[in-house]
Design a protein around this ligand. Structure first.
Ligand code: SF4
Length: 216
């Protein structure tokens, strides 16, 4: 997988954000746009000319959320124009604000995977992103064949969560625990494994870091 960061930065302020920490390291190394903008929203226009290996999956904006409410429409349109033109690559978008996908539906093409991170069905105070229920509803109502749900870093949940995922009807699901020792309110491993079995009936489940909860 290749990463492509034409839009960087994020204002969701998740407590577990690794990208914010990594952007500080890149800023210290003098790398743009982090040197000038830190983790504030920025458009790295020169990256629109980036080349990608053929038939590769391109993860778009791993260093931010390009679908945040703060992102100008023009930035998103320019990124989508490039992705539409490169039909030899698959572009994987991921956001915690999937309601914005609905604004750009007319610009999507079959080489685009539209993903949403939904860590739980509960509302924990770990982020200023739209609440999980809003993300679920936006993904459920999104009429798109190639949808992905990312449950990472997983947070403790109720089994109603399975119904949410079923209603979204994703092509792929990813589950993983936090990788950075943030001591999040995560579920015990046995509960996660039951969730995985349930979700396997809905779509292909890819696993990230799977381990015991930090308190087990
Ligand atoms: S949505 Fe992603 S990039 Fe934005 S603060 Fe949360 S973890 Fe970081």
């Amino acid at each position: 997988m290749t990463t492509w960061n034409p839009v960087t930065g994020c204002l969701h302020s998740c407590v577990y954000c690794w990208a914010r920490r990594y952007s500080r390291t890149l800023a210290k190394m003098g790398i743009e746009p982090y040197k000038t903008h830190d983790f504030k929203p920025a458009f790295a226009e020169w990256r629109l000319r980036q080349r990608f290996p053929k038939h590769d999956v391109v993860f778009v904006s791993s260093m931010g959320d390009m679908w945040g409410d703060w992102v100008p429409k023009e930035w998103i349109e320019r990124v989508l124009h490039v992705a539409r033109a490169k039909r030899d690559s698959i572009f994987f978008f991921l956001t915690k604000n999937p309601k914005r996908y609905h604004e750009f539906k007319h610009m999507f093409s079959s080489n685009m995977l539209l993903g949403a991170t939904i860590e739980t069905n509960r509302s924990y105070k770990v982020t200023y992103a739209p609440p999980p229920k809003e993300r679920f509803e936006a993904m459920r109502d999104l009429d798109w064949k190639y949808k992905v749900v990312v449950i990472e870093p997983i947070l403790d949940f109720d089994f109603e969560f399975v119904e949410w995922i079923r209603e979204i009807c994703p092509e792929r699901i990813r589950i993983g625990y936090d990788n950075y020792g943030n001591r999040l309110p995560e579920p015990p491993l046995a509960k996660t494994m039951i969730l995985k079995e349930e979700l396997n009936r809905i779509a292909e489940v890819e696993l990230g870091a799977i381990r015991k909860a930090w308190y087990e």
